[in-house]
Design a protein around this ligand. Structure first.
Ligand code: FEO
Ligand code: CA
Ligand code: CA
Ligand code: CA
Length: 670
């Protein structure tokens, strides 16, 4: 284990200014390398990427919209792990979505979609596993043809695990017994385990599904309610029209599966059509990156929501591990899964890693968070038969625990959980176990002036002139500490670490007192440096990434680093909110100590991108960051990454992974 001693604790870089340039900007003394771009070939028999729409074979290339990533160290040779290797590893990353216009030779064809286009778009989603190495010169590159290189796509076979495995509500034509899954989609953030696996999380999967007019008439009221609660509404046409493909092949279920409309000729049990296909998505999926022969496992005990990601608390021998998950939607919830099985440290070295996943992730209790006004909070259990979660419930008659998990949103509604301003990433402080969550933003209807609460305390005008945005357009970062510092606890204390805001906004909006060196908006990605990095430090480093639409007139999206304090280092506060008609309303809340110079902007991305996904080598000296969808506005403003080193380019922009190193070889940010 690398021990790095820097005393006193400090951030060792000068903040970068906000930027509207079409390049990644980092502090003086740091270097950026572009490592792994949309379309880059990872299989040895796939050619270089032409980037003109002619490319195929995306099951052997990098997908689009790079999102969460994690570095899995490899031994110096062979395919096994070596926890301390800083020069050879696997990057496992999500490909959340696509920018359709950059994938085809011309504009995307209207429905019926040419099969080649639809298949390419599907295969650009999913997950990459790709080997990366650092040469003696210090230069990083990915290894085409690496033995463990692998694309996981919406077509990859998977297995269901946990209480919903085999449930009637998972039966489809593809999986008549409800035990098999096919692929994963809209993989946003991630998670990790102590046993060397990756957790990929299915977020905005609901919008890929088509449901035709009239389908409500052949569904039960309970089904219609459940579909609606997840946004799978009658009349939805489904992203990218994949159900309408030419030449049509009625025998292929690859495209039909995205149509959740009931086929009246099919059996009522769901085994002859795809009425239940939406229930196959919304899960946490566990992948063993070191073993490509093993199918990924969908872990149903963790519930079905629009999963942003899934982050474990600290693993303590003899205690049941906890995993924290956010449901990214306006007014959705923060959840926690507590395993039924106490942690045995020896499991970290097990050879069959997915079997260890079975041990800890297939049985346990799912909870949802309720934040109280006094800075306390409770975890409310989603357990069939308890409280309102019964067959007799008038809103939704739950059949069994699988039904509670498949419809975790309905269960959480009935339990009275706190509706949050879009829970995005979580991160766990490796020093004290405190859990941080970004609440990226909310609009005026999601967070009206009269609808604030202590944990979501803001409704204001972000002063953007003609495009005035009310609600909580700049977001905030909340953190909590489990009672007894034990993830098994059913109560916690919380405060708000930082509020996003432009430094030019008045103090009742810029509550955290941000200045030009650290003002930000719409926090999304969140990550604590690996636990080994801050050894000898007074505080570990937390990284904040933004996905913003309210501050992009002043700066492209960015990444900041901070040395935060701890829950309770501030205290009770009152925020004065102002509605669109000028009405003032006070909201009491709990605010942490202002971050000040312990929060600094480290990076600004190229035009029209989002910064998301970050990890480092174990020694903290190489930092990997994903730049998602540069140029997504289709304005022609971005040619990144070709534009990174200056000069003009008309190349199509590409999502890509970058590596950041310090010129003196030191630990990034320290
Ligand atoms: Fe895919 Fe909630 O970000
Ligand atoms: Ca996100
Ligand atoms: Ca976001
Ligand atoms: Ca995005």
């Amino acid at each position: 284990e690398t021990v790095i001693t820097v005393t006193p604790a400090r951030l060792g870089f000068d903040a970068v200014a906000k930027s509207l340039a079409d390049k990644v900007v980092v502090p003086a003394g740091y270097n950026v390398t572009v490592l792994y771009r949309l379309g880059d070939p990872i299989r040895s028999n796939v050619g270089a990427y032409a980037n003109n729409g002619s490319d195929a074979d995306f099951d052997g290339r990098a997908g689009d919209h790079h999102d969460a990533l994690q570095y899995f160290p490899l031994a110096a040779s062979g395919n096994g792990p070596d926890a301390a290797n800083n020069t050879r590893g696997l990057l496992v990353m999500n490909h959340e979505n696509i920018t359709q216009e950059y994938l085809h030779a011309g504009a995307p064809s209207p429905a019926p979609r040419p099969e080649r286009e639809a298949l390419k778009e599907m295969e650009c989603h999913g997950v990459s596993v790709v080997e990366v190495t650092r040469a003696a010169s210090g230069a990083w590159s990915y290894v085409q043809g690496g033995a463990l290189n692998r694309r996981i796509t919406p077509l990859t076979p998977m297995d269901f695990h946990g209480p919903a495995k085999g449930n009637a509500k998972l039966r489809t034509l593809f999986s008549p017994d409800g035990t098999k899954g096919r692929g994963t989609i809209n993989n946003c953030a991630n998670g990790y385990t102590a046993w060397g696996t990756n957790l990929t999380c299915e977020e905005n999967w609901a919008f890929y599904f088509r449901r035709d007019a009239g389908d409500n008439n052949v569904r039960t009221p309970a089904e219609v309610r459940a579909l609606g609660r997840y946004g799978i509404n009658q009349g939805n046409s489904g992203n990218y029209a994949w159900t309408s493909v030419s030449p049509s092949d009625a025998s292929s279920t690859v495209y039909r599966r995205w149509n959740a409309t009931v086929d009246p000729a099919a059996p009522a049990d769901g085994t002859g059509d795809f009425r239940n296909e939406p229930n196959q998505f919304g899960w946490v999926v566990e992948i063993d990156p070191y073993d490509p022969t093993k199918a990924p496992r969908k872990r149903t005990a963790l519930g079905r929501i629009a999963h942003e990601g899934c982050w474990p608390g600290l693993f303590t021998a003899g205690r049941k591990p906890a995993f924290y998950t956010g449901d990214d939607g306006r007014g959705e919830y923060i959840f926690k899964f507590v395993s039924a099985t106490p942690w045995a440290a020896g499991d970290a070295q097990a050879a069959d890693r997915l079997a260890i996943g079975d041990k800890y992730l297939d049985a346990g209790t799912l909870y949802v968070a309720k934040f109280n006004a006094d800075g306390g909070g409770e975890w409310l259990p989603l357990v069939f038969g308890q409280g309102p979660l019964t067959p007799a419930n008038a809103t939704y008659a739950f059949a069994d625990q699988a039904d509670v998990l498949i419809h975790a949103r309905l269960a959480a509604d009935l339990l009275g959980a706190t509706k949050m301003d879009r829970p995005e990433w979580g991160a766990v402080n490796p020093k004290n176990g405190e859990i941080y969550f970004t609440l990226t933003n909310n609009n005026a209807s999601g967070r009206p002036l009269g609808g604030t609460d202590a944990a979501n305390p803001r409704h204001y005008n972000d002063l953007k002139g003609a495009t005035n945005q009310y609600g909580n357009p700049n977001g905030h970062i909340l953190r909590f500490r489990e009672n007894g510092d034990n993830g098994e606890a059913t109560s916690f204390t919380w405060d708000i670490y930082a509020f996003g805001a432009g430094a030019d906004l008045p103090s009742q909006v810029n509550v955290s007192g941000l200045d030009a060196s650290n003002d930000f908006s719409s926090p999304d990605g969140l990550w604590f440096s690996r636990a080994t990095n801050p050894a000898g430090q007074n505080s570990p480093v937390v990284w904040i990434q933004t996905d913003d639409g309210a501050f992009t007139d002043q700066s492209n999206c960015m990444m900041l680093a901070a040395m935060p304090g701890a829950v309770g280092d501030g205290g009770a506060a009152t925020i004065t909110n102002q509605g669109a008609d000028g009405t003032l309303r006070n909201q009491s809340t709990i605010v942490g100590k202002a971050p000040g110079a312990n929060l600094r902007r480290f990076l600004v991305g190229p035009k029209e991108c989002e910064i998301t996904g970050v990890d480092s080598t174990p020694d903290g000296r190489s930092l990997f960051v994903n730049i998602q969808h540069p140029g997504e506005g289709l304005t022609g403003a971005s040619a990144w990454p070709d534009s990174q080193n200056g000069g003009s380019s008309t190349a199509r922009p590409r999502s890509a992974t970058i590596v950041i190193t310090k010129d003196d070889g030191g630990v990034v940010a320290l």
